[in-house]
Design a protein around this ligand. Structure first.
Ligand code: MV4
Length: 435
């Protein structure tokens, strides 16, 4: 739906693809054409490259926007698009493949002057190398799959007695999950904040950044609330880090939208961890503070327009926040699919709702539980929170459980209001049923 919004504004006709579970979904209704690509199971529809390409060829499309999730960072898919003379809206297959190798991304960022978490130079050759590295960087350390991401294939190691088994299970898990056993090591940061920079690049070697997002309010690697700017970043830090990020991405020839992820430790030092080569769920908070439409930008950059033309001069202003409204129990986080009976969205000054849900819509059990993004904007962070608070009060969803009650509590949390939190913030709201 977000991509259709952008295409309608640009005068571009759209083709939706859908699985049998999404026959009545709004993107099917609002696209100019729609093609069913298979059964509900995503491996047979949304992840089925031949099916997606067939739909594109039948309808003779010029380009594919891969969204987020599914095939959005799949280098093989980007390659098949190229071979089929269809523009993949994203960085090319070579960059996607490179971004997939986290230890390599670490070296490139480091070479461009970006601080990376102290850790191994590259892949850990064997257990002896892992022990030596851990002794050098000192425990606790974390062993990460080079092909991993989003929290998969990681092992925290608190002492040398734990290392041999952690090293071998991490390698086995990496082999199982990604088909590559390679792992590397970093110093483990106990209570990090998660901060990410939004970037845009054109096909002529120019890269800009659009400031950062604070994404520390998460549980089990699922973000619940994001905001921009981060309450923890100073103007000086933003300027310095931003310049290094641009330098690093220009060196590799990055194009399209991307996100560079950092962890901030307890002392306020900030370190690169990994990069996402796609548009992200939380992109609207950056759109609200910069006034830049990131999806239209992606499309125009993919069509070969220059960055100067696409974004022109923008100045960041105010504060934006996003609550991810999920179909799930607010206490246990257990998914709650089903039929929505009442769906009343808030509005008024500074409120944006991105959703494909409506009264009588059925949330299928097969996919992600995100049903709406509630985005608030204010001149200041307190005004933004006040707007989010009243919008959450007036957002009515019945028939399924949602995360709204939890988000209402967080908007009234004094530590949240003060910007005092890290990635463990939600632990205080977890119940025993959540495990
Ligand atoms: C870390 C870390 C602590 N120290 N790396 C989790 C997802 C992946 N993108 C990186 N992750 C982490 N890497 C070091 N050296 C802690 C995490 C982490 C985390 C990071 C961001 C947001 C939420 C998180 C939840 C648990 C662990």
């Amino acid at each position: 739906m977000r991509v259709i919004d952008a295409c309608k504004e640009l005068g571009i006709a759209t083709v939706a693809v859908y699985s049998e579970a999404d026959r009545n979904a709004l993107h099917v209704r609002f696209a100019d054409e729609a093609v069913c690509i298979g059964p509900p199971k995503s491996s047979e529809s949304y992840l089925n490259i031949p099916q997606v390409i067939s739909a594109a060829e039948i309808t003779n499309v010029d380009a594919i926007h891969p969204g987020y999730g599914f095939l959005s960072e799949n280098a093989n898919f980007a390659e098949v698009c190229e071979a089929s003379h269809i523009t993949f809206i994203g960085p090319g297959p070579d960059l996607l493949r490179m971004r997939g190798e986290k230890d390599q991304a670490r070296r490139e960022m480091s070479a461009a002057g970006v601080a990376v978490v102290p850790g191994s130079e590259g892949i850990l050759a064997d257990e002896a190398a892992a022990l030596a590295e851990a002794a050098r960087i000192r425990y606790p350390v974390i062993v990460k799959a080079s092909a991993g991401g989003g929290g998969r294939g990681m092992r925290v190691v608190r002492g040398e007695e734990e290392l041999p088994s952690a090293f071998s299970t991490a390698r086995n898990e990496a082999q199982q999950a990604f088909g590559v056993p390679d792992v590397y090591m970093e110093k483990f940061i106990e209570r990090p904040r998660h901060i990410e920079f939004q970037v845009l690049g054109d096909k002529y070697g120019r890269v800009i950044h659009l400031g950062e997002r604070e994404c520390s309010i998460q549980r089990r690697h699922q973000k619940l609330i994001e905001e921009s700017p981060s309450p923890a970043i100073s103007a000086k830090q933003r300027e310095e880090l931003g310049a290094h990020v641009i330098e690093a991405l220009q060196q590799v020839g990055y194009s399209s939208a991307g996100t560079v992820e950092f962890l901030m430790d307890e002392d306020g030092s900030i370190y690169f961890i990994e990069m996402n080569a796609r548009i992200q769920v939380e992109h609207p908070v950056t759109e609200m503070v910069t006034g830049v439409d990131l999806i239209k930008s992606q499309i125009r950059l993919a069509a070969g327009e220059k960055l100067g033309n696409v974004v022109g001069n923008f100045t960041s202003h105010g504060h934006a926040m996003e609550c991810r409204i999920n179909a799930e129990d607010p206490d246990t986080f257990v998914p709650s699919p089903g039929r929505i009976s009442v769906f009343r969205t808030p509005g008024g000054p500074g409120i944006r709702v991105d959703t494909a849900a409506h009264a009588d819509a059925v949330i299928p059990p097969y996919y992600d539980s995100l049903v709406a993004k509630l985005i608030a904007f204010g001149d200041t962070r307190p005004e933004c929170i006040a707007r989010m608070r009243r919008a959450l009060e007036m957002f009515v969803v019945e028939g399924i459980k949602t995360s709204i009650p939890l988000q209402r509590k967080i908007m009234n949390d004094p530590d949240f209001a003060e910007g005092r939190f890290d990635t463990h913030f939600l632990d205080r709201y977890a119940t025993s049923a959540a495990g």
